[in-house]
Ligand binder design. Structure first.
Ligand SMILES: [Zn+2]
Length: 441
């Protein structure tokens, strides 16, 4: 199986920004050459287009995809823990197997159509837990999306659910999904007992992977760690053996200088979610203190990494005038490096021989010259998901002329709307979740 993308402008790397005029030859799911191609089985004319490495979402919650436009009838939340108790911890309990599948399908389809080829997901469905990772993986594989999956282990729904969450990883580890990899998911320090946190660390060792956990998204997480353990969140994770170079820490909004130092020293990755942080009003993450391994995620808002990286840039720039547009490219490149490490594909996110052929063709015809030194400016001020024409994952064209090739999108969206209405009705019958962290004022 071979395919050649001919006549395009090719961004072979985001960090350092590298732009060449070349054909890209794909063979057996990988980039075979970047240069002049010989005639091959398939040829895709990309003249007048820009070819980029597929975007990577380093932190997603696909389970929230059917929450778009959801009605809300409880008293409005006035802090982040109330947002969890009144919105997300009601939604996750209302999910059944079909809603898990269709949420993953809907969120995965949106991501693919926006040029995102890899999703690092953090899944929760406490009342449809067994087999849930299988549902997510099969929805994503049906579309042709690469993924790094985990189940959000937590004690908030009791010790049985925590044990089942751990077991779900073991079950999924035995499954065969060529496009899906596995991490161990943990919710956040404030909903994890010492016993469950240690069980997550042991499981990650057993499965030879890292832990994907929310860290200090809100100050409540830090207050709880201080009240229960006399330590800050990152210190607690370090003491438990959870902090190393395969760990993925989402948010890190409220980490202090010492915690940032621990993160930099151990080489853990940080998933920065600027739009979600603003939406939940939890504060600005101190990204400038967290090192080079700061990646970008959407935290479930959508699958559009153009929009996310642009918002992250504006928020970072507002706080620090030395931030320039190439900062956004470096964050996206970090997302791909993280996913590359987690999936055993170190060249993921680059267009060079041997790299997995995960590519996006943008119908982008700029009114100004496009060069390596101004790629960041084009990215932040010109490029967007609306230019995504074709998407290739592992050498297969999964979006052609803005349409998914593997599934009937209209039929599935119809099923999603029916499932969403039923999901909203189930959710309406649920009260706010009773869980409260320690140390709250
Ligand atoms: Zn999250």
């Amino acid at each position: 199986m071979s395919l050649a993308l001919s006549g395009g402008t090719v961004v072979t790397s985001l960090d350092p920004p590298t732009v060449v005029t070349a054909d890209v030859e794909i063979r057996d799911g990988r980039i075979a050459s970047v240069g002049r191609t010989s005639p091959s089985d398939g040829r895709l004319d990309v003249s007048g287009c820009v070819v980029i490495p597929g975007n990577v979402c380093a932190h997603h919650h696909l389970y929230s995809a059917l929450a778009r436009g959801m009605p809300y009838r409880l008293e409005p939340p006035s802090n982040f823990v109330q947002v969890l108790r009144r919105v997300w911890w009601r939604l996750d309990r209302a999910l059944d197997d079909e809603a898990v599948f269709l949420s993953a399908w809907s969120g995965g389809a949106d991501a693919l159509l926006a040029g995102t080829t890899t999703i690092v997901d953090h899944h929760a469905s406490p009342n449809a837990l067994e087999g849930s990772l299988e549902q997510v993986a099969s929805a994503l594989e049906g579309l042709g999306v690469r993924s790094v999956l985990c189940y959000e282990v937590s004690d908030r729904d009791g010790p049985d659910r925590a044990a089942e969450g751990l077991e779900e990883h073991r079950r999924f580890a035995k499954a065969q999904h060529p496009l899906a990899s596995l991490m161990v998911g943990a919710h956040a320090s404030f909903t994890l007992s010492e016993e469950t946190l240690h069980a997550c660390v042991e499981l990650a060792e057993e499965l030879d992977t890292g832990i994907h956990v929310h860290v200090a998204e809100d100050a409540a997480d830090e207050r709880d760690a201080q009240a229960r353990f006399g330590r800050r969140v990152v210190e607690r994770l370090a003491d438990a053996g959870a902090l190393h170079d395969r760990t993925l820490l989402a948010h890190c909004v409220h980490v202090d200088e010492a915690e940032a130092g621990l993160i930099r020293a151990c080489g853990a990755w940080v998933a920065h979610n600027a739009r979600s942080n603003m939406n939940n009003r939890v504060g600005r993450a101190p990204v400038e203190r967290l090192g080079e391994r700061v990646a970008v995620g959407t935290d479930g808002i959508d699958g559009d990494l153009f929009a996310e990286s642009q918002a992250a840039y504006w928020r970072a720039r507002e706080a620090d005038p030395s931030v320039d547009p190439s900062w956004a490219l470096a964050r996206l490149a970090a997302s791909a490096r993280f996913a590359g490490a987690a999936t055993g594909e170190p060249l993921l996110g680059r267009i060079e021989p041997g790299a997995p052929a995960d590519l996006v063709v943008l119908d982008y015809d700029p009114p100004t010259p496009l060069q390596p030194e101004n790629l960041g400016g084009h990215w932040v001020f010109g490029m967007s998901a609306r230019q995504v024409r074709d998407v290739i994952v592992q050498g297969e064209v999964v979006v052609r002329d803005r349409r998914l090739t593997r599934v009937d999108a209209e039929e599935l969206r119809g099923r999603c709307r029916v499932a969403a209405e039923a999901l909203w009705r189930r959710l309406d019958a649920l009260p706010a979740h009773p869980f409260e962290p320690e140390g709250s004022p």
